[in-house]
Design a protein around this ligand. Structure first.
Ligand code: AMP
Ligand code: MG
Length: 290
């Protein structure tokens, strides 16, 4: 038994980052950590991330091909990115999701709901954005805003938002049962790191556009947001749609980690290539004779 660990392959990143069931204390998770990172550190992070590109591309193409050949039943994948301002949702989309063919990616950023959206159930706009078969969907914010900002800012009464956790679980279970692999990532940063990133945006005229004065007002409610996140992470951490906590103070780790999670989940689909729906030999002859 003592030798067994030497022969065991590295634990999948998804199991290292998966939040265990039960109450969540975010303060107990180090945002500086880099669990499962296979290299030395920042100096080799670009290389580690880019090394995932060939396999990610191949897997994504298989998924896309499955969607083309069986538009009703092919699997799809949904990456849900949540995290406070400056946690790096945009960076992950550029550096991790950017490794795959954009034709196979359906990206949706959720902002404060429009008048039209507010007239519907909060899940209406979410359902409308679910990726098609064979696609990789990316949610930059998601249904979780409806139990995060909505809870902290009391945009609806507690009697209403408190019902949403169960509703979200039901919605996600339904998606999973329909063949969608859901990868939920909470990008975990520290308060000091957020302060530094906001300050950097003000030090650099090329970053002013990213700065939103309202982010400081949100920041002042740090404790309330941590609490709201802890509730969402605890109450919506299901087998069908588990939460992953991605330590995100190190941008290079965060980007590598999400790319690796995506690679693992795509590989887990075990997709082959669709068989030809024509006689290959006959078609070869026809092409040769044409
Ligand atoms: P950003 O991601 O920085 O472009 O900001 C989007 C803003 O939209 C954030 O302040 C979110 O809190 C807000 N937002 C997203 N979804 C909702 C929602 N369901 N209700 C209220 N505000 C939301
Ligand atoms: Mg913002």
């Amino acid at each position: 038994m003592a030798h067994k660990s030497e022969h065991r392959s590295r634990s999948p990143l998804s199991s290292l980052l998966r939040l265990p069931a039960g109450p969540v204390d975010l303060a107990g998770y180090d945002p500086e950590a880099s669990p499962g990172y296979p290299g030395e550190g920042k100096q080799d992070a670009d290389a580690m991330r880019l090394a995932l590109e060939p396999e990610l591309s191949d897997l994504q193409e298989r998924l896309y091909a499955a969607g083309r050949s069986d538009p009703e039943h092919a699997p799809n994948l949904l990456v849900i990115l949540q995290g406070l301002d400056t946690s790096g949702k945009g960076g992950v989309i550029r550096h991790a999701i950017g490794l795959v063919d954009p034709q196979g990616v359906q990206l949706k950023a959720f902002k404060a709901p429009s008048k039209d959206e507010l007239a519907h159930h909060y899940l209406w706009r979410i359902r409308n954005a679910v990726p098609g078969r064979g696609m990789i969907g990316i949610f930059d914010r998601s249904q979780y805003e409806d139990v995060l900002v909505v809870r902290v800012e009391s945009l609806v009464p507690e009697s209403e938002w408190s019902k949403r956790y169960a509703e979200i679980n039901e919605f996600e279970a339904e998606l999973a049962a329909g063949g969608t692999t859901i990868i939920k990532c909470m990008l975990h940063i520290s308060s000091d790191e957020q302060k530094q990133r906001l300050a950097e945006r003000l030090d650099d005229p090329t970053k002013y556009w990213k700065y939103n004065p309202g982010d400081v007002d949100v920041r002042l409610k740090w404790a309330a947001y941590q609490e709201a996140y802890e509730a969402a992470l605890e109450l919506c951490n299901t087998e069908a749609a588990p939460w992953h906590l991605v330590p995100s103070n190190k941008k290079w780790y965060r980007d590598w980690a999400v790319a690796e999670l995506l690679r693992e989940k795509l590989a887990g689909l075990d997709l082959g290539w669709p068989a030809a729906e024509f006689d290959v030999a006959v078609e070869q002859q026809r092409v040769a004779a044409s």
